[in-house]
Design a protein around this ligand. Sequence first.
Ligand code: GLA
Length: 419
Amino acid sequence: MMSQGQRLGYVFEFSVLALVFWGVPGTRALDNGLSITPTMGWLHWERFLCNVNCLQEPDNCISEQLFMQMADLMVSDGWKDAGYQYLCIDDCWMAHTRNSKGKLQADPKRFPGGIERLAHYVHSKGLKLGIYADVGNKTCAGYPGSFGHYDIDAKTFADWGVDLLKFDGCYCDTLTHLVDGYKKMSLALNRTGRSIVFSCEWPLYVRPFHKPNYTEIRQYCNHWRNFDDVSDSWQSVKQILDWSSSNQATIVDIAGPGGWNDPDMLIIGNYGLSWDQQVTQMALWAIMAAPLFMSTDLRHISPQAKALLQNKDVIAINQDPLGKQGYLLRKYHNFEVWERPLSRLAWAVAVRNLQELGGPRSYTISVTSVGRAVACKPACFITQLLPVKKELGLFEWTSTLKTKINPVGTVLFQITNQA
Ligand code: GLA
């Protein structure tokens, strides 16, 4: 995998510029009617990377077999019912060259039926298929890029029956080409007449050079990556959370139905996170109204990780129809309190224990201090959703709520107003 600097061929100092509010509530979203709530699905990259060695690793290589197996499991194991609908292919699905008509083609050995047949299969299961391409001359892993081919590639994907395009930003020679390329591909997808979710990495690639224009990005993309790739480690999840809270003045208000900040895949169910860290990722991705793309092996997932990823109450917070992204409200004594406004005057509140030593620590919240002081006015019902569900009962405006949180863990609450 490349670092951000390598990707554009330069190493730039990351300059922390003064944060400017340019989130304009009600800013126009990409007008394709998609991702009205954050997209949910499965994406191969973090867990399966660019494994093309089907001879030695037939069960873990990027092949139609892998996606067909995941499609079967998404239906049989309750993932689809929980809301995970998009089964997405990432990099390394292509042959190294375009065909004689200039079209992208799948690697014929690994995808003998081509993408079209895979799309049929995925659709027959009631799921949708996502694919990956790149705005520049090559994908990040070195496969053919879409530069100069936006229309033909958009048409090819639409003809195959693709429902989502993740569009990466490697190997683009200039910033102008990158920005124009994202716009051109968005318009080309639109012209196909097929409903195709457009998943961008535009701000991630322009940030080293200038502040991303989120108002514009939102007009072309259904979601956009802002920060580095997630990896299977707590360090990585922490960095994403830190980046998101440090930049919240810029990114929170711009999110809403049709356009979302994408903090990258859920790595729950893999190797790198403890139970409390997995709870933290799930709770905070719900608070941040993040697209929920799992990247895990659904054939071998623990019942505990599965229950967390399929937690209906937490998914309902993520998918709340008001579509407002949550934010870090306060940081205090190694605790962070995050909150997110929900529809019907409800709120989600998450308290993280940042301390990475010792045991569970107590934290007391006065209910007036969350939900802009009105969540519990005159009273509210509070339910703890994570790490385990507990109905905590009725609270009045002057009440306090005492909680205990494991090191690196998070407690997630739902507050329902009782007006
Ligand atoms: C970049 C993207 C990742 C993944 C890889 C594939 O690093 O940010 O999410 O798509 O490319 O090569």
